[in-house]
Design a protein around this ligand. Structure first.
Ligand code: NIG
Ligand code: FE
Length: 419
């Protein structure tokens, strides 16, 4: 029997129509339908329009009904950059940063990512699954229906594969979809300290082929940063990953201006991420190559660094997406409301651009814009209902979660009033 769902009476239905990624003025065109409705069959949107249009000639007698009177409805948020699967925490490092230590100083004296690597190597797959499950559930409550997750807390073949296998399991069992990224080049593990070139060889010859063979990652990301992996090392890794069928992503220009944006353009990466210190030339080349900028304002906030130049990027024609960067070090926060508030108040992004950046452009940043990220006929029915009548409330109700109901694949999977 067909599973049917009717969403009706939405004060504002924000469709975000378009296959994405959107650039320039198109980022502000979010396709609002007043008094909007959706008709969904077996999880796929079959009708979109005003409530009157959608109901015309429709037999909705055996459908589940979501009445969104007085509420704004949007595509489910996509969080296209996270490191959500890790064991242990680094609250002490955060307190040191409050006292003035920098992220890199802590990393250089043996803390940082390798601290989390130690804990993640020790955690069993079952423990990691439980941790991941809880985190995905928290993200879901913020309206996130699809999330990208990076490995990179193993830094050896066994643990990298363990992280990716747990993400695959979570993807199968949790309602939130997980897009897996291999990030073996996240840091140099202690056993390779001072021998970064040798670690890169190990990744190239022993880890990447194994990850590619078991098909557990869709993307490959590299922390291309001064004191971590050079542009040349990053290029080799990304090129090899592409040869093996993975799509490239780059942690680019996060701490210093390092040529990461330029590298992303050169290799044809799907996205370059962070970009706090991206150069003008890097931005120009990203626009030319169609590389999506995944910007992470909550990380800049937590590191007390200047925000990425979103306005410059949008005006230069770079498609911009937003993400949380949820991780135990630079940004221990999965808060979408925080990202929205910072993007509006400190990055000169308009509310409409922010919506695009968290939906269709975020979906494009994980190569899923053909299936999710907008509310259009033929797309998956992933949507959220806000407690307010317009998307303008998202930054206005600063830092507060306005998501009432979440629908994934045509099923109500979260309802604030029922928990
Ligand atoms: O995106 N920069 C590298 N990776 C993360 C931080 C990971 C960590 O500190 O555990 C980031 O900021
Ligand atoms: Fe990151």
């Amino acid at each position: 029997m067909t599973r049917k769902l009717l969403l009706k009476n939405a004060a504002e239905l924000v469709t975000c129509r378009g296959t994405g990624p959107k650039t320039g003025a198109a980022m502000a065109d979010i396709g609002i339908v007043t008094d909007g409705a959706l008709w969904v069959e077996d999880g796929i949107i079959r009708r979109v329009g005003t409530t009157a249009e959608v109901l015309a000639g429709l037999d909705a007698s055996d459908a589940e009904v979501v009445d969104a009177a007085g509420c704004c409805v949007l595509p489910g948020f996509v969080d296209p950059h996270t490191h959500f699967l890790f064991a242990g925490h680094r609250e002490e490092e955060f307190s040191w940063r409050l006292r003035g230590d920098t992220y890199m100083q802590i990393m250089e004296r043996g803390g940082g990512i390798v601290n989390t690597v130690r804990a993640t190597r020790q955690a069993s797959p079952e423990e990691l699954t439980d941790i991941g499950w809880q985190r995905l559930s928290s993200m879901l409550s913020f309206g996130v229906t699809t999330v990208e997750g990076k490995s990179g807390y193993g830094l050896d073949a066994a643990t990298e594969c363990k992280q990716l296998a747990v993400m695959a399991q979570l993807n199968r069992e949790h309602v939130v979809e997980v897009a897996p990224t291999f990030m073996g080049a996240h840091a140099v593990p202690p056993e390779y300290k001072g021998r970064t070139d040798e670690y890169v060889e190990y990744l190239l010859h022993e880890v990447l082929p194994r990850v590619a063979a078991d098909g557990s990652a869709e993307f490959c990301d590299v922390f291309c940063e001064k004191g971590v992996f050079t542009v040349d090392q990053s290029r080799r890794l990304l090129r090899e990953a592409q040869q093996l069928g993975l799509k490239a992503k780059v942690h680019a220009d996060e701490i210093v201006s390092f040529g990461g944006a330029e590298l992303a353009a050169e290799v044809g990466a799907v996205s370059a991420e962070h970009l706090l210190h991206a150069s003008d030339e890097g931005i120009r080349r990203m626009a030319e190559a169609g590389v999506i900028a995944v910007l992470l304002p909550a990380t800049a906030f937590c590191l007390r660094e200047p925000y990425a130049r979103a306005r410059t990027m949008i005006d230069a024609g770079v498609p911009v997406a937003l993400a949380t960067d949820f991780n135990p070090g630079s940004c221990f926060s999965e808060s979408i409301p925080l990202v929205i508030a910072l993007a509006a108040l400190y990055m000169q992004m308009t509310p409409a651009e922010i919506v695009t950046a968290l939906t269709i452009n975020a979906a494009a940043a994980i190569d899923r814009a053909d299936r999710i990220g907008s509310l259009e006929v033929g797309k998956q029915a992933d949507f959220i209902v806000l407690s307010h009548p317009s998307h303008l409330y998202l930054p206005y109700h600063a830092g507060v979660n306005c998501v009432e109901t979440v629908v994934k694949h045509g099923r109500v999977v979260h309802d604030k009033n029922l928990i």
